[in-house]
Design a protein around this ligand. Structure first.
Ligand code: GLN
Length: 540
């Protein structure tokens, strides 16, 4: 039977529970345990796909095409897992399932209730993840203990512990230890209160993970151990860091993996965390730096392009380059002087995905700037679509070329709704989603980047390059370097006579990991570095 780790959060949100859970995954995989991971979100949306980036960070797309919480991105980047639609459960899904069964008559006339019906469904989902060959399942519970919404999940953990036995479960509670400047002290009281809330529900945590700005001293650790009723070794410091990938190393120093394995009565197999440590050394000691402008519409929101931020960072590893990001709100690029001011001196320009017309003209201007000034350019999803629009307008002379998403009346719809989308009415989960194969053109830059003729990448879009107009663009030099195997869809475009001009209809950032950076990101950063060294050779 698999063992279970439940990660809950207390005191306040945004403590980095997702990264903490992912780091636990890294630690256990480093000890060669087969793991699986899962996120439970207490909100009633069926998935985050219909949520605006203003309410929720990035929507992470799994290979099998589920729109999921961005924490799944951390799980994939920190481990070797490829997650799927079972890896993220929301309250919305749980209620949906139970109500559907009620309508079918499955409950034989009984009153349907949170306990036991909702909790049974949640426990079924805990167990579902252990199928296959996982030895340890890590389940993160979203929200903060004390929220009304997360109660059914916590109640399910309590019941589950009874069912499978305490030795098969490890409850880890992440809390916050504030530093009070005036007193010059770290305070444990909020943690005590939060653990009390958990105990009221019937859960005694086994490990307290303490997010803190300052090191925890012996006294404070003893106090937390005493009041929270956990062994001294189970009080683990989780200090702030500017590099999230270092967290597994600091947890290891705190012996978190040993404490977990002891609690679960598992053998402490040898840790191979050194391999991870080497990557962190490379990340920590770059030889170069490049500055990349990310010109998008949600750039002001911290988490809206999470996977992209990380993929850029990974992309610098091969060329030992630190990537500095300049986030530029595309809406601010209305005039030429603004364009010059915002983009001057950057070594590369990236236009990410997005929806709706706001800010699109600024992206057109930024892409023109990159094309004409021969600055390395990388477009992703909407970034590809706008690159096609820019090329149609400024190279092919189709002045009013546009996407029908932004101008339904355009005389030159170079981007149009996909045929498969024409009948779609419902918004949830209906885009072209998840992994699709793509065939790369011989001799193209993309083909050289990947080093293989056929790839699978993840998508999330409704619009595509209009095949009826693409011929005119091709004549002028825009190459379709990646297509769907039936050749109907253009998946990658690139320009030959440019240092680096590549745009993809898919989202390569979802497949980049610290241990295996994505080849297009690596090539983009390498091109940006060449650009920088040419323009500003290092002084002797
Ligand atoms: N809005 C565009 C579409 O739906 C691009 C989507 C995206 O960038 N993810 O096709």
């Amino acid at each position: 039977m698999a063992k279970y780790i439940f990660v809950t959060g207390g005191v306040l949100s945004s403590l980095g529970k997702g990264v903490a859970s992912a780091s636990i995954g890294t630690l256990l995989e480093a000890r060669r345990y087969r793991i699986n991971m899962q996120k439970f979100d207490p909100y009633l949306n069926v998935d985050p796909g219909t949520l605006t980036p203003f309410q929720h960070g990035e929507v992470f797309v799994t290979r099998d095409g589920a729109e999921t919480d961005l924490d799944l991105g951390h799980y994939e980047r920190f481990t070797s897992l490829t997650l799927n639609r079972n890896s993220n459960t929301t309250s919305g899904q749980v209620y949906y399932e139970v109500i559907e069964r009620e309508r079918r008559g499955d409950f034989l006339g009984k009153t349907v209730q949170v306990v036991p019906h909702i909790t049974e469904e949640i426990k079924r989902r805990f167990r579902r993840l252990a199928r296959g060959n996982a030895e340890i399942v890590i389940a993160e519970i979203g929200g903060t203990v004390g929220d009304i919404e997360s109660l059914p999940f916590l109640e399910s953990i309590r019941q589950f512990r009874q069912e499978v036995g305490a030795e098969n479960i490890c409850c880890i509670h992440l809390t916050y230890i504030p530093y009070i400047q005036a007193a010059g002290e770290l305070k444990s009281k909020p943690t005590q209160h939060s653990v009390e809330r958990l105990r009221e529900i019937g859960i005694q945590p086994d490990i307290i993970l303490c997010r803190t700005e300052k090191p925890l001293n012996q006294d404070l650790r003893e106090k937390i151990s005493l009041y929270c009723n956990v062994p001294f070794q189970a009080v683990i410091e989780a200090r702030d860091t500017d590099c999230i990938y270092e967290i597994p190393l600091t947890f290891h120093q705190e012996k978190l993996d040993q404490v977990i394995l002891r609690k679960l009565r598992l053998r402490p197999r040898v840790s191979h965390l050194k391999e991870w440590g080497k990557l962190i050394d490379q990340l920590r000691n770059p030889e170069h730096e490049v500055e990349i402008a990310m010109v998008g519409k949600y750039v002001k929101l911290q988490d809206s392009y999470k996977s992209l931020d990380e993929a850029l960072r990974h992309g610098g590893l091969a060329s030992r380059t630190r990537v500095k990001l300049r986030k530029v709100d595309s809406e601010s690029l209305r005039r030429d002087d603004e364009l010059e001011r915002s983009l001057a001196g950057v070594d590369g320009i990236l236009v990410p995905g997005g929806f709706g017309t706001r800010g699109v003209e600024g992206m057109v201007a930024a892409i023109r700037y990159a094309r004409e000034k021969r600055i390395p350019f990388f477009g992703i999803c909407l970034g590809l679509q706008v690159a096609v629009i820019e090329f149609a307008r400024n190279v092919c002379g189709l002045d009013r070329a546009n996407s029908t998403e932004f101008d339904p009346q355009t005389p030159h719809p170079v981007i149009t709704l996909m045929d498969s989308q024409r009948q779609v009415q419902a918004m949830g989960g209906t885009m072209r989603l998840g992994g699709y194969p793509c065939v790369l053109a011989a001799g193209s830059l993309s083909r050289r980047c990947y080093g293989v003729p056929r790839i699978v990448e993840r998508h999330r879009h409704r619009y595509e390059v209009n095949p009826h107009l693409f011929g005119r663009l091709q004549e002028k030099g825009l190459q379709a370097s990646g297509r769907s195997p039936d050749r109907k869809l253009v998946e990658i475009v690139e320009l030959k006579d440019h240092p680096f001009f590549v745009a993809t209809q898919f989202h390569p950032e979802f497949q980049s990991r610290l241990a295996s950076p994505h080849p297009i990101f690596s090539a983009f950063i390498a091109a940006a570095l060449r650009q920088r060294l040419e323009n500003r050779p290092p002084s002797a």
